[in-house]
Ligand binder design. Sequence first.
Ligand code: N01
Length: 530
Amino acid sequence: MERAVDIAVVGAGFAGMYMVHRARAANLSVQVFEAGTDVGGTWYWNRYPGARCDIESVEYSYSFDNDLQQEWEWNQRYAGQPEILTYAQHVADRFDLRRDIQFSTRVTSAIFNEKSNNWRVTTDKDDVVTARFVVFATGCLSSTNVPHFIGADSFTGPTYHTGEWPHDGVDFTGKTVGLIGTGSSAIQSIPIIAEQSKHLTVFQRTATYSIPARNDTIDKEYVKEVKANYNEFRDLNRQQMGAFGSNIRRGEQAALEVSEAERRQEFELRWEEGGFAFLSSYNDFLLNHDANETVAEFVREKIYSIIKDPDTAKKLLPTQVIGCKRLCLDSGYYETFNRSNVSLVDVGSDPIERITEHGLVAGGDQHTFDVLVYATGFDAMTGSLLKIDIRGRNNQPLAEAWDAGPVTYLGLSTAGFPNMFMVSGPGSPSVLTNMMMSIEQHVEWISDCISHIVSSGKTTIETTDKEQTEWVAFVNAVADMTLYPSCNSWYLGANVPGKPRVFMPLLGFPTYADKCTEVAANGYEGFVLV
Ligand code: N01
């Protein structure tokens, strides 16, 4: 049966959930479709052992409702996946969000009708909804990346991807396990899988920098302090580059302005403290190669000192710029390679040739195992959007419009796709921030914009080719002032073969948020309202 709503939303993670709340507040009807059986998005799917957020819990949470933020009690400094999922479920209950969300339903297409100026959204459950506006709250890291290895289907044992982990968990007891990847998901899961399994073989293409997380139960006194001035604390965080970490001591000097002895003392202190603050000791790590090398070398020394076997230690030493790929935080990652039941295979110099019935072949050697784990990440930022048949004016597919890489204005909108919005889309700060703050900022901007269109009697809002071309150039020019583009990160789409190399997230939350506010205040400058 065909239904009509004001807003169709794709995805019921933190972005889609808040979109429901805001739409209701604006008296707009809303229908959300969610592929999972419940809310939570990333935290619904990523149930691999050890999955944990690396932004502090008091910051990685909604700020829009004071009672909610005052009443909710976190247990951990960095909440684990089960705790965050419970929080998402609590929010869904508290604001009665589920009645506008249809679960176990995947959106298959969203097609703009130029005559009626409506979007026609269809699903794999044969729903058809027409909506004036469509909002993609599909998440930046939701479309799993499974490399196309020759013979992948021939493996006879169970295969898992960290980003689509079974809800009942996986029991590795007595099993031999092969795990591909050494990004954040691998770094969190490897220590736990190693403890459980008979033997774990890790296949590493690029060695990773990881800093101790030093996670612990949350300090109740600290929480009390935060809650006493929660709104001010949030505002201060929104003024940080990444919209988090106002409590982080940020070095105001360049790394090479101080002596080696002073630097080392600072690095040691921050290594002991753990967390992202480690990379804030000096202000130019991502601007200056030599400065970066001082801290990179410190981490390499730490790795070398932890690992007992010199050959393994050498393989684990990263060479790229530290922070260029997203920094990982771990609990016992490097120490895991001292276990007698863990081995490391370098597939950077000898790539995986093929998967076989009982394992894989790399560098001419056959490696056998019972279970295969892909910790190979995501087709980030664009993957989930491009999986859906999205078509705008002239029936043009989004995939065609983004043939040379994603083009957006503000990461919110793309030309030729009227009344379509993306939450934390490519071209917005998104993954380089505390996602909760970016999500709130986008959802509030989008819902205000929709309310404006409706109340002012307009029909459509759409950006222009010129505006988005300039925006993409700006996003890349900002990145080019830093060392970010110097390695093959997923920020650039470099982890997915054939994906156009474009730096997707914008650096700097506060100036971006100001720009969005200014655009709206100036009558949606850069958009055409009809
Ligand atoms: O994915 P990744 P992830 N052959 O892309 C390797 C967020 N997150 O799921 O580096 C062999 O980082 C690939 O190798 P290389 C966070 O933003 C957050 O771990 O491309 N190996 C890499 O080692 C994070 O950055 C949290 O050479 C192959 C790995 O697979 C993002 O999600 C926790 C390969 C993929 O690492 C993604 O993290 C978890 C191939 N063909 C995730 N293809 C926290 O909040 C890929 N690889 C803590």
